[in-house]
Design a protein around this ligand. Sequence first.
Ligand SMILES: [Zn+2]
Length: 1053
Amino acid sequence: MVPKCGGQVEQVEEVEQVEQVEEVEQVEEVQQVEEVEEVEDVEQGEQKLKMIKTEKILHLRSCRGRKLRVVREHYLRERVPCYSGACQAGCAHADGKLLPADLTHYVVPDVGVVLDYLEILELRELQGVVFTQTACQALQHSKGRRQYNRLRNLLKDPRHDCVLFANEFQEYSYCPREKGESQDTWQSRCVYSAAVWFYNHLAGLMDIVMITEDQEAVTRYSSLNSGVYVISVRDYLQNFWPELRAAHELHASVCQALQEKEGEVRERQYAEHLPPEVLEAGIKSGRYVQGTLNVSKHRAQTEASIMTEGFSNKSTDSWCVLVHGDKHRNRAVHGDVVAVELLPKSEWRGKVTALSEGQGAEPSGEDGERKPLPTGRVVGVLQRNWRDFVVTFPPRDGTQPQSRNSQRILAVPWDHRIPKIRISTQQADALQDHRVVVRIDSWESSSLYPNGHSVRVLGRSGELETEVQTILVENCIHAPPFSDAQLRELPVNSPENPWTVDPAQVAQRRDLRESHLVFSIDPQGCEDVDDTLSVRHLAGGTLLELGVHIADVTHFVSEGSLSDLEARSRATTYYLADRRYDMLPAVLSADLCSLLGGVDRYAMSVMWELDARTLAVSRVWYGRTVVRSSYQLHYELAQALLDGDEAAVPELVRLGSEEQEAKRAELVQALETLTHVSRHLRAQRDRGGALELEGLEVRAQLDEEKNITALVPRQPLEVHETVAECMIYANHWVARKIQETFPHQALLRHHPPPRQEFFLQLVDSARARGFTIDTRTNKALADSLDRAADPQDPLVNRLLRMMTTQAMSEALYCSTGAQSLDQFYHYGLALDRYTHFTSPIRRYADVVVHRLLAAAMATKRGVASGKALAGNKGLEETAQHINKKNRAAKRAQKLSTELFQCLYFKERDPQTDRRCVADAVIYSIRDDGVLAFVPEYGVKGPVHLKNREGLVVSVGPDGGCEWQSGSVRRQPDRISTTSGGGTCTFRLFDHVTEVVRLAEEAQERAARRPKLSREEREFSQSKTPNLYSLLEEVRELALTDPDMIPQVCASTA
Ligand SMILES: [Zn+2]
């Protein structure tokens, strides 16, 4: 195994290969220099490199206790690159990243620091970090692959200012281990020797600071060489980064956790996990089942399941295994990949379908639980999915004596699918009612709870900023301000230095500025205009030319640049109710890439020539263009123009009346033609089975101080559909183009057909109302949904469409090489191929697709496209990453909307404010209540008909509600309560305004505190509304989202 010269990562990978083969735990490492000989000269560029061969002997012990002696050839070289911009020796740095030359010092962490404090070194603010090969290898040995990959990613990421120095391959920094020398001592000697080498190599121009938690090392080395300092992490942070609070807090918190860990011996609480190779063998033989643990939202304490991972995407290959109770869950945390052993059939359980947790601790078979499912216990964790968790510190019990210095507390995670986390802290009092970010360090079998440490404080819970930050952290959304380095990459557009189109670019592009009437239609106040349209007659009116012109983002964002990397890791712009986090810096997203009115912009265009009568496509043109949009319209204005209403077009108000009329007529004509074309396109897709689905879309209208003034359901206008249809058309044609050119490496968006069993609730609910839903094909489904309309109650159809949406699979990005041709189909849109091309400012998928389209055009012209395209594997990885981030973005948006819905109701007194009384419709029947939807506010929530004391709701003759003793009887389409006051029945699609309003009166009369549904509570927040408790309830709502049972399993992806 001869290491290649120069590459940093290769050298580490070489080590990795050995580990993969041996799967060993390293117990002792003895270093012997057997012989030193010059073995070969390797030519690299024009330099002849001298290599010296030695042998390194490792004594290793395998997991089964077998002893191994491994002799590894070890080559030393005179020249090992330093990756410093301050290098005086002309190191060959290939294309690795360089440490800046203008720093005051470089810092070299020793092995212990890398093992225990890696997360501090991960802070982007720290600069000039040199990781030694010694520390890297130690991390891999003692912390495993996940930690090791973390370090490798750090080293690869150009946004982090750190490099790897292959100190053990460097002739002069390499230290053979001496007889009898302990591993720790030898390792710290290696790291120190590397630090000294760096100082000398950079000719003393750069101070080097070695950081270590080993006091002995500080004493031994600190006064050996001037210019090479050896200090503790704490001293380092205090002296060099006094302002970097995050680092100081993290350091204190990790120290605390480490201290606690020492000397902790307790009895076993959980079964030990089996070693990885036993798990692997067991999974192969079929003894264990592998899957991702999904903890129930409704019954987080007891209920979890895994969806087994089949070998293909066919639905029949995967099935659900229940994991019941915390002993069987065996320290696995929501999202972990686990191995499960099935229990004997006699121990199988069913899922509970009641509304609330803890109701009847041991549910009797008929009432609470459904038919038994395969049930198992976790025997090992294959991959931890621990992320940053937001927790609150519990209120302190004053009577409990606590030690002064540090307290161990059980922090309560925001996501209650996550177990409580034990934290040692000195701030337990100060941080009461605060939200804090924590990380889990370990979960020993002797501990009931995982141990963790705090990372940073978000703020007091209930405050808007804290809650928004919580939503971001919980969804792993990291969107800090763009770095200076990234902004320096980008063009400038300022009054002193205005940006203009480059004549050389114009020469290469099709210039549409004079020839085409280009305009945009967006929501009001939109800054990032991705897309514009044009339409005109050709050939004396026999042809129509439709054009879709999209911001040319990839002209400004070249592959691999800092902007590109940052955009990729964000993957999308995040839209929250009151703010957004852009994928691209404003100079691009709101300016140079935005196709604003009246300015020259670069675009990527698709233009179709259509037969003016039949609208059949005769020719398609793809390519780069220069456009100048004439009108920046918003939807309401465009619709008004189409409807012939009096509406002022801002771009025309300054013109004389004659010119204004002519221009207005021209614009209206274009809008009409566009409407005509898109109706035709829509009809075409409808014939293929396109679905019209219903989501919950409610926008919070905010005033300047971010107070909600109203909750506004989205108003559908035809022009929305017109624009959408043109975009769908462009996306479809681009998908065809890139798939045909790159059959194995194009990015598509596919939408698999839903699993039939997900339609059960929809079909049953519709039947309750006398409608038949045919779900065999998308066409049959679309047609039967159209027929399932009650002229008396339009909400019925809306709810059925909502349920259809819920039953749908998720549309996903994929690489064409990873799926077969028939998998490309987009079920919802009824198109054989689809992708995203039209929003490159706010979606990274579109950026990738733009590059693919440009490469396809270059291929057609026979021009090499410069950079090689990502292969199927790389592209599929990108696709999965974007899918994950999109899910996070969606969840974050939903949570923030709910946050503001809450704020809206917080201010209202239900006694006097009519807005608190709303119409609700029952859309699902549960064992002890119903789920209802309030269309006016787009809110869904549970309505309990039975409370914790076992009392049921009874409606009196005056329409008032009371809690009385009685019973609840559930049938497929209805639920009835029977009590002294008689029987009342709630059916699917019943409107339940009264129940919601009067349950509150019942509460007052009964002078008890029955458990109210979220809505009821929301409406009854009157006396002293406390935002904190409201938020807790919103969170509950988010988690009690009424998925159908099979979906609980399906959402494990
Ligand atoms: Zn150098």
